[in-house]
Design a protein around this ligand. Structure first.
Ligand code: PBG
Ligand code: ZN
Length: 324
């Protein structure tokens, strides 16, 4: 394969040739749309660092879900912004909590759209940590029961899949057991398996009102410097019964996505997180980048790295372009 016998440019000559040799095809079916549910009616509260995204009351969540489905997006993932927070994250597993009601409403309106729920406590605890707190410590084992209760309440409300994002050790086992005991063995678990402690979550914490009130998440989320550890984290969640394993964030962690894809025989999800969305939107607003082109290039790169599905705030915009 040496010049002048081999000329790579030959197969780049036309759009027809480029399409024929294209290795990665971004598809609408790859995309999962995150939505933020708040209490109230006919409420759309803009999220400053995420242009085009809002905290939505349930009626608007239903509208957006219908739009996603009609564009061919197969799934949404719901996050809740509850009316009150307390030490035990009571609203996270309340039968009439905002996520539980949102799930129900979406499944009634758009039964064929898959509804995934984020399972965590940080938006529901008054201290903003993903688990239960004793003093300044995030208590791993004391959190498991509440996380499993939360997952079960989502499943009972009609969620098609639950996605624990808390990063407590052992929570996949606990959730699997509780679901199975409640005759919910058909509900899969998408585990945020390799979730890094990342500054890229900044805009999300405004959207979900979930910033920690003391300290940070470094005692439970992964150190961005570690790759080998991601393999252990993911292997553990596979053993515990995860059905889909996620790497999060996506862009600064494409190497991790690839390694997990190569090592693990399960579907791999990647979360194109809020800060990644915000950076592109900010640059595009200033005319510094072509927003649409960067969006498609970025999502294609995440898929090329090995993601079978991509959670992304671009889902509807990308779907519009891909369907055009
Ligand atoms: C909650 C959760 C977070 C995200 C998803 N679930 C924030 C965090 O862990 O602090 C981040 C998503 C994003 O930034 O888009 N545990
Ligand atoms: Zn959390």
């Amino acid at each position: 394969m040496l010049f002048p016998d081999y000329r790579p440019r030959r197969m780049r000559k036309s759009d027809a040739f480029r399409r024929m040799v294209r290795e990665t095809r971004l598809d609408v079916a790859d995309l999962i749309m995150p939505l933020f549910a708040v209490e109230g009616k006919d409420t759309r509260q803009a999220i400053a660092a995420m242009p085009g995204h809002y905290q939505l009351s349930i009626d608007h969540i239903v509208k957006k879900s219908k739009e996603a489905f009609s564009l061919g997006v197969p799934a949404v993932i719901l996050f809740g912004v509850p009316k009150r927070k307390d030490a035990l994250a009571t609203e996270a597993y309340a039968k009439d909590g905002v996520v539980q009601r949102a799930v129900k409403a979406v499944k009634e309106a758009v039964p064929d759209l898959a509804v995934i729920t984020d399972v965590c406590l940080c938006a529901y605890t008054d201290h903003g940590h993903c688990g239960i707190v004793q003093g300044q410590i995030i208590d791993n084992d004391a959190s498991l029961d509440l996380l499993a209760k939360t997952a079960l309440s989502h499943a009972k409300a009609g969620a098609d899949m639950v996605a624990p994002s808390d990063m407590m050790d052992g929570r996949v086992t606990e959730i699997r057991n509780v679901l199975d005991e409640a005759d919910m063995s058909h509900i899969p678990i998408m585990s945020y398996a390799a979730k890094y402690c990342s500054a890229y979550y900044g805009p999300f914490r405004e959207a979900a009102d979930s910033a920690p009130q003391f300290g940070d998440r470094r005692t439970y989320q992964m150190d961005p410097a570690n790759a080998q550890e991601a393999i252990r984290e993911v292997a553990m969640d596979v053993e515990e019964g995860a059905d889909v394993v996620m790497v999060k964030p996506a862009l600064a962690y494409l190497d991790i996505i690839r390694r997990i894809k190569d090592e693990v025989d399960l579907p791999v999800a990647a979360y194109n997180v809020s800060g990644e969305y915000a950076m592109i939107k900010a640059a595009a607003e200033r005319g510094w980048l072509d927003g649409d082109a960067i969006m498609i290039e970025t999502l294609t790169a995440i898929k090329r790295a090995g993601a079978d599905m991509i959670l992304t705030y671009f889902a509807l915009e990308a779907a519009h372009l891909l369907n055009a």
